[in-house]
Design a binder for this molecule. Structure first.
Ligand code: UGA
Length: 477
């Protein structure tokens, strides 16, 4: 099939190469000519596993790039809109890019097209797209609008696209749904997995892709509700972690026990310094704004966001608690990006924590495997910050090391080597990457989220203190 994908951000570019993998011809349209030129030259606008390989595989054959929307729309049977929907002033999604694209498509098409919303949009956006196209002269019989939300995660975007749990297709006629469904046929019938894929499946993949057909409004809601639910799981376990700390329980044990109920599940129950990224914070606000607009105060969403904000402040208190005062302390900081596997720092909880530490008078030596360059604008001007080329370099001579991002590389740190280079032999982990007993066995004190602190036997921090401190209602017992 001939497909146009408008917008070559995370969703657009990944979907474009994904469709090429499934055997389709794709024109990727973007108004950023510099970005397009880089893509033609095989350079990626962001880091994402497998992306470069797939762009290089298909560019010049099934995949082409253009800044000219009209001919791309005219030449394609299906047009995917994957442009940005940033947060507006009151949290509502800013749909001006979606509208501008709809207008342009309306002026261009001469034969029947299916317009697919791939960006995350509020419910009823499909109706607005339709209305805007009609107002801009597109004859009603020449197009239909379908919602096909994307559920990929940064860091595993290609794998998520090619091995999805489900594909949701929301349309208002059987014809439009059938056309979009046929695009995914190699995934639905499994032929892509049997013959073609050189990208290994994730452990969670069951071998079967579920296709869910709905109305457009339902599909739009599925996307917002899914992200809100996932954010809720994270805030829930973070709140439980706080209670665990107060009573001396271990949140890892609690999460395992809770998640073993198949109705709940283990995933997205990892406590930490809170969720970040370009999706959860923005989508939660947008969903909240939509609900308010239709007359419902979705207060649960406020509470999810509040717990997430508080989690950063709580972590700062933890760092303070472990080091007594922060002024003049030197810390090795591991991680800037909002999660491991990506150089994206948008809404990363690491950034405000880093800024607060600097404000409190710390000197930081920071290491991130991929995000340093992107963080220069945000952090470069702060002073009191240097960048290191490895975790050990970041930690060398520091009073303590602080983990802010769950990079796989950090979970494999050589703890004995860390002990050698750290002054206070202390690791403060905002992502719970280690087993507390194992860290203590390597001679490091260890402070994490929702679990009792662990210290090696003769660590100075625990001298004359009971082996395990249990705090109930703020009282140390
Ligand atoms: C999220 C959703 O997971 C995707 O399904 C969705 O398609 C995407 O948003 C989107 O709307 O485009 P993403 O933001 O890439 O994907 O990243 P996640 O893996 O969901 O992580 C989000 C944040 O939650 C990160 O800061 C991560 O560290 C944090 N997190 C995640 C936790 O703190 N605990 C967990 O158990 C899981």
């Amino acid at each position: 099939m001939q497909i146009a994908v408008i917008g070559s951000g995370y969703v657009g570019l990944v979907a474009a190469v994904g469709f090429c993998e499934l055997g389709h011809n794709v024109i990727c349209v973007d108004n950023d000519n510099a970005k397009l030129q880089k893509l033609r030259d095989g350079m990626m606008p962001f880091y994402e596993e497998h992306l470069k390989k797939l762009v290089r595989r298909h560019a010049g054959t099934r995949l082409s790039f253009s800044s000219d929307l009209a001919p791309a729309a005219r030449d394609s049977q299906v047009i995917f809109i994957a442009v940005g929907t940033p947060a507006g002033e009151n949290g509502e999604a800013d749909l001006s890019y979606v509208e501008a694209v709809s207008r342009e498509i309306a002026g261009a098409i001469k034969s029947y097209k299916i317009i697919v919303e791939k960006s995350t949009v509020p419910v009823y956006t499909s109706r607005w797209i339709r209305r805007s196209m009609l107002l801009n002269g597109a004859p009603a019989e020449l197009f239909e609008v379908v919602s096909n939300p994307e559920f990929l995660r940064e860091g595993s975007a290609i794998v998520d696209f090619l091995y999805p749990d489900r594909i949701v297709i929301g349309g208002d006629t059987p014809r439009s749904i059938a056309v979009v469904r046929s695009i995914y046929q190699p995934l639905e019938e499994g032929s892509y997995y049997a013959d073609l894929s050189d990208i290994p499946p994730p452990p969670s993949f069951t071998g079967k892709v579920q296709i869910i057909e709905t109305s457009t409004a339902s599909a739009e809601l599925i996307k917002h509700a899914s992200n809100a639910f996932l954010a809720m799981k994270i805030s829930f376990i973070n709140a439980v972690a706080t209670v665990c700390e107060a009573v001396g329980a271990d949140v890892a044990e609690v999460a395992t026990g809770v998640g073993a109920d198949s109705r709940i599940g283990q995933r997205f129950l990892r406590p930490g310094i809170g969720y970040g990224g370009s999706c959860f914070p923005k989508d939660l606000k947008a969903f909240r704004a939509v609900a308010r607009e239709v007359g419902y105060e979705f207060r649960l969403l406020d509470e999810i966001a509040t717990i997430n904000e508080e989690q950063k402040a709580r972590f700062l208190r933890k760092v303070r608690g472990a080091l007594w005062t922060l002024k003049g302390k030197k810390l090795g900081v591991l991680g800037i990006s909002f999660k491991g596997g990506t150089d994206d720092i948008r809404e990363s909880p690491a950034i405000p924590i880093i800024k607060a530490l600097v404000q409190e008078g710390c000197r930081l030596n920071i290491y991130d495997p991929a995000a340093e360059e992107r963080a220069q604008d945000e952090l470069g001007q702060l002073g009191a910050i240097t960048f290191a080329s490895s975790p050990l370099e970041a930690a060398r001579g520091a009073d303590a090391a602080v983990i802010l991002t769950d990079w796989a590389e950090f979970a494999e740190l050589d703890l004995c080597a860390m002990r050698e280079v750290l002054k206070y032999h202390l690791l403060i982990d905002g992502r719970n990457l280690f087993d507390p007993a194992e860290v203590a066995a390597k001679g490091l004190g260890y402070v994490s989220i929702g679990r009792p602190d662990s210290f090696p036997e003769n660590h100075p921090a625990t001298m004359n203190e009971p082996a395990q401190r249990i705090r109930i209602a703020g009282v140390n017992l």
